[in-house]
Structure formats: C-alpha cells, structure tokens
Ligand binder design. Structure first.
Ligand SMILES: [Cu+2]
Length: 284
C-alpha cells in the first residue's frame, strides 16, 4: 500500500508541475515568482529551443515513468513472500540487445532536432545589423558600429526604482533594437568572464576578454522589453548587471538613434574605432 501511495504522490507532483509549466505560456518576457517553465519564446530561435525542450520533456517523462513502473512491478512481483526461490538467471541476450539498441535510438531522436537547432543558431549570414556587446565588472557596454554609437548600461539602484519597475532587472540605458529585425551580436569582454543571457530570446553567449563570440537574435515584431542577466559568476556585483533589450518600431528606433547619437556623442576613442574595425573584419 505504501508503494501505491508513493506512486500516487509522484503522479500528483508530475501533474502539478505540468500545470505550472503550461501556465507559464501566459507570462511576459521576464522572470516570475515561483516560475518553473521557460519564459514565452520570442523569435524563431526561442520558438525552436522551446519546442526542443517540450520534446525532451515528453521523452524524459516517459523514461521516468517507465523506470518507476518497472521498479514498482519488480518490488511487488518478486518480493520474498511471493517469490521465495529467486531465479539464478544472469544473462539474457534479447534483453541486453534491447537495452542497448533502444537507448541509442532515443539518443538519435534527440540528436537530430538538437543539431538542427545548433546549426540554425550558428548561421549569422543574413543579419541586418550588428551590435557589439562588452561585459565589464559590473555593467554592459553596447556599441552600434554602423552608427558610431556606444554607451554603457548600468543597473538602476533599488532606492531609485520608479513604480512598476522591476527590482534588480532595470537599467539606465537599455540595448534598444528595431522590432522585426535579425541582429548579429558580437559579444566580448573587458575583464573577467561574463555571459550575455536573455532567456526569452534564447540567447546565452560568453563574454570573454580577447575573444569575440558571434551569435544572432531575431527580434519579433511589436514593441516589447526583454529582460536578462549576466549568467557567469563574475565577482561581487555579478547579480547587479542586468540586461534590458528594448524593441521599438522601426520609425521609433530611428528617432531613438538620433537622440542617442546626440546624448552619447564622441564617446568612442580612435582606439575603440580601430578595435571595432578589426572585430568586424574578422567576423565577416
Ligand atoms: Cu556576472
């Protein structure tokens, strides 16, 4: 009876988790209290990553239930009172072949969509613009090389938050992008390792000094704000260098660009310009 109680409890737990994960579909592009599932996907990469995650969830749930059922069956069927003289069998060719071949097939089923997604994420050829992102202790720098625009992005202190702003997630100057655009990101670092991570866009790329990691995002249509955080422990203020990607309609983006150019005019030094040219040349 205890065994049955245990499996009922785990079934209840599984059902509860599934409901919570499905409820996650209605959440915004930011983390939520008690969130268990992924943030709603934004853009084709995130959609593909989410459907791969959903496929894996089905496969691992089926495997877990199968193993649990086998355990329960073995405990009940072969308990001492029901089976006083245990079998001395030590080999069974059919079972051994099966438990080798079936896991291999399962791994192949997982590998195909997994590699397809990896190669899809790797293709940065048809991007429409470039943003260079530099991780620093403890802030991000965003550089728009085609626009001669560069600025730093710092967290807004808790004491300065306005009503409706998110604690530990808001910054003074977000990375502004045009909606409905494919953007190449060149991620590099200035000191220790950081990681540029925006869950809803499914982008997570290491920021390493002396290296340029290339990735891309396809920002969906419509104005939206995507929240992220540094995802590589980088020192005492690691938790205080959030990422805000703000998508604007194309005309609004142009207006922002004109304003930003005035606001951050001539921040870039000749050395920076040379570095950018080298990075862009090596990336193309
Ligand atoms: Cu960090």
């Amino acid at each position: 009876m205890e065994i049955r109680g245990f499996s009922l409890a785990s079934l209840g737990l599984c059902a509860g988790t599934t409901i919570l994960i499905m409820a996650g579909a209605a959440w915004a592009a930011e983390p939520q209290p008690w969130q268990l599932g992924l943030q709603p996907p934004a853009g084709s990469i995130a959609e593909k990553a989410t459907s791969l995650h959903n496929l894996l969830l089905v496969i691992i749930s089926a495997i877990s239930i199968f193993v649990l059922a086998l355990l329960v069956y073995t405990c009940v069927r072969f308990r001492q009172t029901a089976n006083p003289n245990p079998s001395k069998t030590s080999h069974n060719a059919v079972i051994e072949v099966l438990w080798t071949v079936i896991p291999v097939l399962i791994l192949v089923v997982i590998a195909v969509p997994s590699f397809r997604l990896l190669y899809y994420m790797d293709k940065t050829k048809d991007t429409e613009m470039v943003i260079k992102i530099t991780g620093n202790q403890w802030y991000w720098n965003y550089d728009y090389p085609d626009e001669q625009l560069t600025f730093d992005s710092y967290i807004i202190d808790e004491s300065e938050l306005e009503p409706g702003q998110r604690r530990l997630l808001e910054v003074d100057y977000p990375m502004v992008v045009p909606a409905g655009t494919r953007i190449k990101l060149l991620v590099t670092g200035n000191d220790v390792m950081h990681s540029f991570f925006v869950p809803s866009l499914a982008v997570q790329t290491y920021s390493i000094i002396g290296r340029v990691n290339e990735t891309w995002i396809d920002v969906p249509e419509g104005t939206n704000t995507y929240y992220g955080q540094c995802n590589q422990i980088c020192g005492v203020n690691h938790a205080y260098m959030p990422i805000v990607v703000k998508a604007l309609e194309k005309d609004e983006y142009k207006a922002w660009l004109a304003e930003a150019k005035k606001e951050f005019a001539s921040v870039e030094t000749p050395v920076d310009t040379m570095l950018n040219k080298t990075i862009l040349a090596s990336a193309n």
